[in-house]
Design a protein around this ligand. Structure first.
Ligand code: SF4
Length: 241
């Protein structure tokens, strides 16, 4: 595992040298925490941003707030919301609120037509509005971003590369070859506290209605019962710039 750690740091070093406008994305899941920890060891001042949605579990907001303080991340949160949730009202966090009109309109339309929530009927559109579009805003001034993608997480993640160019944006995936075991070993040896939901058998964390515990592959618990099951929200598949 330590060889993978050394390689990940080399990738981050090279990226930071090549692209001064760079930041790390952090969902506050286990892979993000390892990636952020590695990145801050290489570049202590590197920017960290997070895309949150109103459907994230309360424990994610609590964990975000706690780890932002513990690791002194100075994280910037982007979120489609009318106001900053009370739990995120913390002087060491910057929260960028993004317009809600389109989301409310689409969600209300789905509810009126089907009686169900947008995430149950059209998760792709829900993810586009709450995750993909906010990520576009977060990366708009960046040349490159660093992510916690791993090849063994799920069926859709086998073919990613350590460095990818999509449109006008470079993506660096320094922990691509880490296994789930490597992740837990890294967190244990570096004393990084995990999100509390991992104690409840979750293996991949997203929004509350779209995450379930267990699964053969880590991402099998995501979007269960929809065509998107075990798949992607879109930020790693769609062009962001
Ligand atoms: S994960 Fe679910 S609730 Fe969250 S943005 Fe996607 S569809 Fe919506």
């Amino acid at each position: 595992m330590e060889e993978k750690v050394a390689h990940a740091k080399e990738l981050i070093e090279e990226a930071v040298r090549s692209y001064p406008k760079i930041a790390v994305a952090c969902s506050f899941g286990k892979d993000s925490m390892v990636t952020v920890h590695l990145a801050r060891e290489v570049a202590p001042e590197i920017k960290v941003f997070s895309i949150m949605t109103p459907y994230k579990p309360r424990e994610t907001f609590e964990y975000l707030r706690k780890m932002n303080q513990v690791m002194n991340l100075g994280v910037t949160v982007y979120m489609v919301a009318d106001s900053i949730p009370e739990i995120l009202q913390d002087g060491s966090l910057e929260v960028v609120l993004l317009p809600t009109e389109e989301f409310h309109q689409k969600a209300a339309q789905v509810k009126a037509q089907t009686g169900k929530e947008i995430y149950a009927i059209n998760p792709d559109e829900c993810c586009r509005l709450l995750k993909v579009e906010p990520t576009k805003v977060a990366v708009s001034d960046l040349e490159a971003w660093i992510c916690g993608l791993r090849n063994t997480e799920g069926r859709t993640r086998e073919d990613y590369q350590e460095v990818e160019r999509k449109g006008g944006l470079i993506k660096v995936n320094p922990i691509l070859t880490f296994t789930e075991t490597d992740i837990w070993k890294y967190m244990a040896t570096r004393g990084i506290e995990p999100h509390p939901w991992y104690r409840r058998d979750y293996r991949s964390l997203g929004c509350e209605p779209c995450s379930h515990p267990g699964g053969e592959l880590e991402r099998d618990g995501r979007w269960q019962g929809t065509s998107k099951c075990g798949g992607e929200c879109g930020i790693h598949t769609q062009r962001l710039k």
